[in-house]
Write a protein that binds this ligand. Structure first.
Ligand code: ZN
Ligand code: ZN
Length: 424
């Protein structure tokens, strides 16, 4: 009897961040993961030697990034004129041509944020290894959950390959050491993010406070007036007094039954994205000057030119990334936001799948912006030929960012509330 009571007392409860159903996580062995029985969302996963694994991967990724920054990225030979660029030049040149905001977005998503993330992983995991109590680790762990979508090393690689094909029309192009180092970095960065088990980290950093014995598994957290912390995952009981501030008893993050004003923020950001999508397509993305002749091309125009010049596969990549993905993402988010308040033909499982799809595809729209950054940096030879970013570059960056923010603002648990999973 005592054993059963202890088991109930020390069960590790999690409220699924996608559908809000409460589950008890079993003891996991390395290589195993626990998924939500209702929607399949992964709640926790375990790795063999997680600390050493993360440190080794993060260190290797950071070294690869340093090599990628130090050596030539792409070089081009045009009529005997040899030009080569290092990775940071993609951002520096954008500042030189009066596009500081685009430069900031490119440098942050391709270099700065991934580097900060890797340094954060190393500091935090080293602290766990040395059993130093929590020094800066809780702050870093809190940032982790928000950083992932903004690291776009993999998107930058696709952009480099697209640029390569575009540039072969102008001259002889070669990929430098830095490009290959950057590919290794992107792969190691992905492996590092997968090696970090947030659930295990918080368990090591701050233990697991005993769960309320009255909380039941198999029903939504909201129906029991409890909520899962969006940072560390711990299930907390919410205060009964209306308007009282609630914070997680383990990590100190603010708690909410649902993201405050989730729908209002989502609609506002979606509306902004739709408005910004007009200048992003109407204005030129890239302005090319060759032998005194200036030619401005919009996203669609540039894509059609690629098709006409026989680069059909690249035209398809640009069409999918720059036209199809933003439109599909905006339409799905509009549909999901509308379905929160109105019954529709889709069940909650299907709506959640659509929501995860928007999270997955949104960042790939940055391909064309990165292509412009690489082209501008490489082709700055002055009188013979020059490439400048058009006004659409910044507008398009803003579309990508606002749609990503809209997806983050929409609380996926709202999609289950209309299915009778409600909290009255
Ligand atoms: Zn779930
Ligand atoms: Zn927490």
């Amino acid at each position: 009897m005592t054993t059963t009571r202890q088991k109930i007392k020390w069960r590790r409860l999690r409220a699924c961040s996608a559908c809000d159903m409460v589950s008890a996580i079993p003891v996991l062995r390395p290589g195993e993961h626990a998924s939500c029985p209702q929607c399949g969302h992964v709640l926790a996963r375990r790795h063999l030697h997680p600390v050493q694994r993360s440190i080794a991967l993060a260190t290797s990724a950071l070294l690869s990034l340093l090599i990628a920054i130090a050596f030539p990225f792409i070089s081009m030979d045009t009529n005997g004129l040899d030009t080569q660029i290092e990775l940071p030049q993609t951002a520096v040149t954008l500042v030189d041509v009066q596009q500081p905001m685009v430069a900031l977005i490119v440098s942050c998503t391709a270099i700065i944020l991934p580097a900060l993330y890797l340094i954060g992983v190393m500091i935090m995991q080293a602290n766990v290894l040395r059993t130093v109590p929590r020094a800066y680790s809780d702050v870093i762990a809190r940032l982790f959950s928000h950083l992932h979508p903004w690291m776009m090393a993999d998107v930058f690689i696709i952009a480099a390959l697209v640029s390569l094909v575009k540039l072969t029309e102008i001259g002889e192009v070669q990929l430098g050491v830095s490009f290959w180092a950057y590919c290794v970095f992107a792969a190691l960065l992905l492996m590092t993010t997968r090696s970090v088990d947030i659930d295990w980290l918080w368990l090591r950093l701050a233990g697991e406070p005993a769960a309320d014995t009255r909380i039941r598994c198999g029903i939504s957290a909201a129906a029991q007036h409890v909520t899962g912390c969006t940072t560390c995952g711990l299930v907390n009981t919410l205060p009964t007094i209306a308007g009282a501030a609630a914070v997680c008893k383990r990590c100190g993050s603010k708690l909410h039954m649902r993201k405050p004003n989730s729908l209002e923020f989502t609609w506002a950001l979606l509306f902004t994205a739709v408005i910004l999508y007009i200048p992003a397509n109407a204005y030129p993305m890239m302005i090319t000057t060759s032998l005194g002749q200036t030619h401005a091309s919009t996203i669609i125009g540039g894509m059609l030119e690629l098709w006409q010049h026989g680069s059909e596969p690249i035209a398809v990549v640009i069409f999918v990334a720059s036209v199809l993905v933003p439109i599909i993402k905006m339409l799905i988010l509009i549909l999901l936001s509308w379905l929160v308040k109105h019954p529709g033909p889709l069940n909650a499982q299907q709506k959640t799948r659509l929501y995860h799809l928007t999270e997955l595809i949104g960042r790939w729209s940055m391909v064309d912006v990165f292509v412009v950054a690489i082209m501008v940096a490489l082709i700055q030879s002055g009188n013979l030929m020059s490439v400048l970013p058009g006004p659409a570059a910044l507008a398009f960056c803003a579309v990508v960012i606002t749609t990503m923010l809209a997806a983050m603002a929409l609380d996926p648990r709202l999609l289950w509330d209309t299915q009778g999973n409600t909290h009255d």
